[in-house]
Design a protein around this ligand. Sequence first.
Ligand SMILES: [Zn+2]
Ligand SMILES: [Zn+2]
Length: 594
Amino acid sequence: MMLSVSVAQRRLCCGRMRKAVYRHLCCEVQHRCAPAPSAHDEQEDTRRPSSRKIGTERTAQMTSKSARVLAALRAPHFLASGVFGSFVNRASNPECPRILYLSALPLAQAMNNHNIKVINFSNQDAVTYPIVKLIGTIEYESSVSCQNQSDKNVYLTLNNKSDILITTNVVDGYFKFIVELQNGKNQISVRYCCETIGITLEYFSIKTEHAVIPLYVICEGHDGYFQAPPWENNNIESACKRITLCSKLLQCVTAEKLYEHNLGRKTFNLETDCQVFRSELDYLEARNMNQVELWETIGREIMKSDIGSENKKYLAFLSCTVYWGENYTEAMKTHEDLLQITQGYVALGGGGLALFGTACLYTWPESFEEIVLRFEDTTIVDRTQFLDDSCYRGTVGACFSTTLGSVLHELCHTFDLGHTEDGIMARGFDNIYKVFTRSHSGGQENVSKSLRDKIEFKEEFESDSLLERLQTENKKKEFTVIRKFEEIDDTFLTRSCAVLLCYHRWFNQTTPRQCSVLSFDNTNNLIKSTSGIRVVEIRSQDVELVVQSWTFEGRVLKFSFQIPQDVFISLCNGNYIIFVEDTIGCILKEEFRV
Ligand SMILES: [Zn+2]
Ligand SMILES: [Zn+2]
């Protein structure tokens, strides 16, 4: 069984990997360009993905801001709050825009006072996942012919429904929406001032052999209610709604991140909405297990059950996580201190399972309408009641962002990604909220940065390696990220990670059952694949930090690749892993010594 592999084969991530990663920075390995392919090992790739963009009662106790946020969602004056990216009822906005679509729209050009543009989608684009992010620009904020220039909001209407999305004022000429598409064609109109444009986006759900199944794991003897303030729903149904919705958000993030690398909007497929998985493990026993024990026990159980399959990855959340706030003292400063008073905490991914605790599940949205509000919730977490898992930012919204980001990080481990020096596969997932919001508050980031530095200082660095780390930090990062837009959301995948996902079996609808022949000749440092090499990575053996990588994405297939000798010379002595992925998603992973 996939999940019962030995510890050596499995990647373990502490969930907050730091220590070992920086130890490897001492290697100062350069990322080098791959040499040009030689004539004999080339062949035209017929499998390359097409360029089409598919791919790709509580009110009595409502005292906190969270409660007010929820109350605001039900209140009719919601529009006036100027919250961005959320549905409001048409009744609260008597000025409903008449919708004009690009497809039948000579009129729109005539009214082109503001030059509204959606920049990350084209008309008639199609996607295989339901929640999309729309980014656009307004070229002229006002024009002399405008009748009403006071309203600087951008409005979005989906399928001519009475629900309207609103953004805050345009920031630097940009606007952003998240939209939940219906199956089939979706008519979207965007209005700013006197101008409205239309765009049609198609969403079709697909069935794939390789898919992700979200699970809510309820241990024996546990009632399935996750820890939450009294004004939050926290029953099984609520847990499943939150998990399903956020799984869809992660589909969207992954697709956008690949798209930013010009790799199409590819993402993983969700087999179902979140399912309840009843574990035979006693919940009190589970609470006394460490992360690895939980991962192994739950993983084994899933694989032995009716839903167990090698072709599925399981994104599972444990209902019985408990934070003992009554044991909190002011002396507890670090994340690790707080974990000492948390039971059933887990954030671990690899093999076929990514497993998480639910101490912060209450900070996640239950419905689409709540998403942005939840990210923007600045209520301070009461540490005498709830786990503060916010990367030292201390707010409910930051807890949502950090925990959602860590789910993406761990899920990516199940897709065979290693760690990187930067980005989502390092610690670059705390600001995942920026992917969805436009309220990029500088203050929060500054706090985060200084405290993050503090975290690193507090970690178990030996003083000499810390010194090396500081020296290394001043050097410019060697890899570059290709960004299609000026969307700075602090959340990215490095090139080899993105290409790895692009050719991964969980990101492609049809992959042959037969694996190609993949080999690594350690003596000659020669890699061979019968279907064409796509990604080569050298990773450290302990935490699988990518220290060197090459990607081959051209139409010309590369059947063999020799790792340059000087790369080996530049590596520190130690154990490494050679990781190779080919065109049809076959993977080779072998340890070697330098
Ligand atoms: Zn990790
Ligand atoms: Zn106007």
